[in-house]
Design a protein around this ligand. Structure first.
Ligand SMILES: *[C@@H]1O[C@H](CO)[C@@H](O)[C@H](O)[C@H]1NC(C)=O
Ligand SMILES: *[C@@H]1O[C@H](CO)[C@@H](O)[C@H](O)[C@H]1NC(C)=O
Ligand SMILES: *[C@@H]1O[C@H](CO)[C@@H](O)[C@H](O)[C@H]1NC(C)=O
Ligand SMILES: *[C@@H]1O[C@H](CO)[C@@H](O)[C@H](O)[C@H]1NC(C)=O
Ligand SMILES: *[C@@H]1O[C@H](CO)[C@@H](O)[C@H](O)[C@H]1NC(C)=O
Ligand SMILES: *[C@@H]1O[C@H](CO)[C@@H](O)[C@H](O)[C@H]1NC(C)=O
Ligand SMILES: *[C@@H]1O[C@H](CO)[C@@H](O)[C@H](O)[C@H]1NC(C)=O
Length: 799
């Protein structure tokens, strides 16, 4: 019944929207220019041809007015000083240098009064950008074809405004523009809603309508000065499933997004998909030079390629403050990353506040008063992440990388011996042969796993300095007694114990844990005939594409990060290296069968040479390149096509107040003259907390009534009532009028036998028909309401 009524409703809706779209105007700027952004991509041979042409004029046989134009352009603006006279479109500085001829729109069907484009001031830059040529071969840009290397300049591509990043699976932008007015734009949840969706609305409102030119709420007119570009007022989100509290590896992030004249609609199975859809929507919005917010008619159907798309941040080498971590979460959400891999402790410091083992923090952190993450900090960060659909996976790396643990606990680390057989005063990795070690781990991880709700926890296991173990006489004896020949067996033993401790804690907390370990644990245990167990995920950080293939084919679930170590810096456009990612390409080309075992990848930011002040600009927008490889289809890997879009993504993050770095060399972002920097406060959780921990998870009838303005809920209940009551009344009437059965039947006929008038009864039938149709039309909504009133109220608070 529900499905049927939905079908009918959809059919009616289709008829309706069809009628609406036929009235839309086709934007006359809709020339099919191929590459967005107005610059051209050429190859070496094409380049040589242009150079020759420039020298000798166009080939005689072509009636090329284009070439003549090009010739003129080469000569005109560049007279005199070579670099200078090109004007950038800094809004407000000067009058536009030229005005385009008003153009005429093409109309869909019936001939209408001829109209031209919306009259935003034309951009002087359009003139300039046609002369920019990007040489694919050496990734430089030329202002015009020149065979002299010294005449070429290095220059980023102009940003492609209004383009999404990462590229959706199905993306159909159309050359129809609508206007949005920030004050008159409303977002509604038509299905389930919760705090995740409500804060996402707020964030989207803020992100979509960032005014880099003073916002202009005036109408955009076609050139007849009378016909306004249609304005869109609504964004409706339908989430089909009740919100989960926390994102997980299995969350569904797919969504459909449609921008049309009647409004924007997002349909998602789970709230996490709605988050991704809202982000995409906010990226489609762009501002014209006059400050109007515009959006193109668009259809998008999208889902991620990998379920695990992470960013690793190391907070032990340098302490990274909570505020920077939160603005990083915001940047991650804007790039559709969904895992924050928090490498929280390491050799250098132990900033995690342990309440069960306070001495670990007291003596292991840089400063136990200022340089630690308290439990409140962690709860806040986990919640900021949750509101953006990001999982937080903490990493407590052992047995190596644990020097800082040794300050606060005795007998945890192995003491190292020199060749004379005497302790040399150094400490090595965690001592794997003492019971005490596992007691400490058990206590620590119990606390950690209560604090971090995700099903995964990272246990490290990389770069264990075996020499200290092999030199220690007690460990040597232990190995002899247990018939161990290879020290790797010791690591295997240690990891097995830790993994079983973790799964025990998981069982006690009633959840299935999927631990993650670094590559070495897998490699080393493989060499001594062990394994990491079926539930464990291996993170690869030094293997090639072939190693990846081998691991995947062996049935191991893998996270790949070999080519994405962003702490390494180099001169030039290094995003291309991350975008191409050799290992991943090799893997793709290897034709591996078990590709589903590769569950994702991570961008890694180790902080030996990074602190608060440069974490954001070093990580972003370079990690942005990785975001597209992890989200979009494998075939989206053309760096040249990506360049103007990634440039726009950089500019967009900058406009939204994130302190991002430079990506593609010299260039500029439309409208922005300086970087706002990290001045923005991205904390949502703290504010939510203040709002009295409102529980959005039970959208009651009353709440829904206030949200859905179009349909009056009470009337909806009344209509079936009216129908039933009127049928009863009619039956009663006819029964009272005449007791003969045949009269009752004839009463329900449309016309009384022998007459041809419709009469009152006929009208009644027409009314009933309409009422019934209306019921069917609104059925999905009131069924929803009805279902909702049945649901038991949740008693748990949200946090
Ligand atoms: C270079 O581009 C031109 C036109 O875009 C094309 O005809 C030609 O085949 C290309 N050459 C190579 C080597 O790709
Ligand atoms: C480019 O701009 C110059 C002035 O800067 C103008 O004279 C010229 O007509 C413009 N060319 C085109 C093709 O619009
Ligand atoms: C949006 O529409 C405008 C005007 O028709 C067009 O020039 C532009 O290319 C479109 N943008 C996209 C991303 O399709
Ligand atoms: C922590 O360290 C202090 C000072 O060394 C010591 O007195 C105390 O017993 C330690 N606490 C625990 C729980 O080990
Ligand atoms: C694929 O992985 C499964 C386990 O996930 C394994 O049993 C199977 O052998 C693998 N197949 C191939 C072709 O490697
Ligand atoms: C950010 O905003 C929250 C809540 O609005 C507030 O509690 C917090 O102090 C602010 N942080 C900064 C650095 O202004
Ligand atoms: C979205 O919802 C609003 C109010 O609930 C309604 O007026 C509007 O028609 C809806 N738009 C679409 C496209 O569903």
């Amino acid at each position: 019944m529900h499905g049927l009524s939905k079908c009918v409703a959809v059919l009616l809706l289709l008829c309706f929207t069809r009628r609406v779209t036929s009235e839309e105007y086709r934007h006359p700027d809709a020339v099919s220019s191929g590459v967005p952004g107005g610059w051209q991509r050429i190859n070496a041979s094409e380049y040589r041809r242009l150079v020759a042409e420039h020298k000798h004029g166009p080939p005689k046989d072509q009636p090329a007015s284009d070439h003549l134009d090009a010739e003129k352009r080469f000569d005109e603006p560049l007279r005199g000083d070579r670099g200078k006279p090109l004007r950038r479109s800094n809004y407000g500085d000067d009058e536009p240098a030229f005005r385009a001829e008003p153009q005429r729109p093409r109309l869909r069907r019936t001939p209408r009064p001829k109209l031209a484009i919306p009259t935003a001031p034309p951009r002087p830059r359009a003139n300039f950008s046609k002369d920019v040529i990007w040489l694919v071969d050496d990734n430089t840009f030329g202002l015009r074809p020149a065979d002299d290397q010294s005449l070429k300049i290095r220059m980023g591509p102009p940003p492609a405004s209004g383009s999404p990043w990462p590229m959706p699976r199905v993306y159909q932008p159309m050359a129809l523009v609508y206007q949005l007015k920030s004050a008159e734009f409303h977002m509604h949840a038509l299905g389930f809603t919760c705090d995740v969706l409500e804060t996402a609305f707020e964030r989207t409102q803020k992100n979509a309508f960032v005014a880099s030119v003073p916002a202009n709420a005036g109408e955009v007119f076609y050139s007849d000065g009378r016909t306004a570009v249609p304005v869109i007022y609504y964004l409706n989100v339908t989430v089909a499933k009740r919100c989960d509290k926390y994102p997980s590896l299995r969350m569904v992030e797919s969504y459909d997004l449609e921008v049309k004249r009647s409004g924007v609609t997002i349909y998602a199975q789970e709230v996490w998909g709605a988050l991704r859809g809202l982000e995409t929507f906010s990226q489609l919005v762009y501002q014209d030079d006059a400050g109007h917010f515009l959006i193109n008619k668009t259809f998008i159907s999208d889902y991620p390629r990998f379920a695990h798309r992470g960013v690793l941040i190391d907070t032990a080498r340098h302490y990274i403050s909570k505020e920077v971590l939160i603005s990083n979460l915001e940047a991650m959400a804007q790039n559709k990353f969904n895992v924050f891999h928090w490498h929280i402790v390491d050799d250098q410091s132990f900033p995690y506040q342990s309440k069960v083992l306070p001495n670990l923090t007291e003596f292991g952190s840089y400063n136990p008063k200022t340089h630690i993450y308290t439990h409140e900090d962690i709860v806040e960060i986990v919640n900021e992440a949750r509101l953006r659909g990001i999982r937080v996976i903490p990493e407590f790396d052992s047995p190596g990388h644990t020097l800082s643990w040794g300050y606060g606990t005795d007998h945890l680390l192995t003491s190292c011996y020199d060749y004379t057989g005497e302790p040399n005063g150094f400490y090595g990795p965690v001592n794997p042969i003492l019971k005490w070690t596992y007691t400490v781990m058990q206590r620590l991880f119990t606390e950690v796993m209560e604090l971090f709700p995700d099903m995964s926890i990272h246990l490290g296991g990389d770069e264990v300095p075996y020499e200290c173990w092999t030199a220690n006489p007690f460990i040597k004896r232990f190995m002899r007694r247990n018939n161990m020949e290879d020290v790797k067996e010791l690591l295997n033993l240690y990891e097995k114990r830790i993994l079983s401790i973790i799964s025990e804690i998981g069982k006690r907390q009633n959840r299935r844990v999927r631990p993650i370990v670094w590559q070495e644990v897998y490699d080393d245990s493989g060499q001594v005939g062990g394994s990491v167990g079926p539930d464990t995920i291996v993170q690869m950080w030094k293997g090639s594409g072939y190693d990846l293939q081998a691991m995947v084919e062996a049935g191991q679930k893998v996270i790949y990060s070999t080519c994405w170590y962003l702490d390494y810096i180099s001169y030039g456009q290094d995003w291309q290296k991350y975008y191409n990612c050799e290992g991943l390409t090799t893997f793709e080309e290897s034709g591996s069968r078990n590709t589903s075992n590769l569950i994702g990848g991570e961008a890694c930011m180790w902080t030996e040479y990074v602190d608060d002040s440069i974490l954001m600009p070093r990580l972003w927008p370079r990690a942005t390149a990785i975001a597209e490889r992890l989200w979009s289809s494998a075939s989206v890997n053309d760096m040249v096509l990506a360049a103007p879009r990634i440039e726009e993504q950089r500019c967009r993050m900058q406009r939204r107040g994130l302190a991002v770095g430079v990506l593609a060399g010299p260039g500029y972002c439309n409208h922005i003259r300086n970087t706002p920097g990290a001045a923005h406060n991205w904390s949502y959780f703290a504010r939510l907390w203040k709002l009295g921990q409102r529980n959005y998870d039970t959208p009651s009838y009353g709440q829904l009534k206030n949200k859905v303005y179009v349909v009056d809920m009470n009337a909806m209940y009344l209509v079936p009532l009216v129908i039933v009551v009127s049928i009863c009344c009619l039956t009663l009437l006819s029964v009272l009028q005449d007791t003969s059965r045949s009269r009752i039947i004839t009463f329900f006929l449309l016309r009384a036998p022998g007459t041809s008038r419709l009469g009152v009864r006929g009208l009644l039938y027409v009314f009933l028909l309409f009422a019934f149709a209306w019921c069917v039309w609104t059925a999905p909504i009131w069924m929803n309401v009805w279902e909702d009133t049945k649901k038991p109220k949740l008693s748990q608070p949200v946090f």
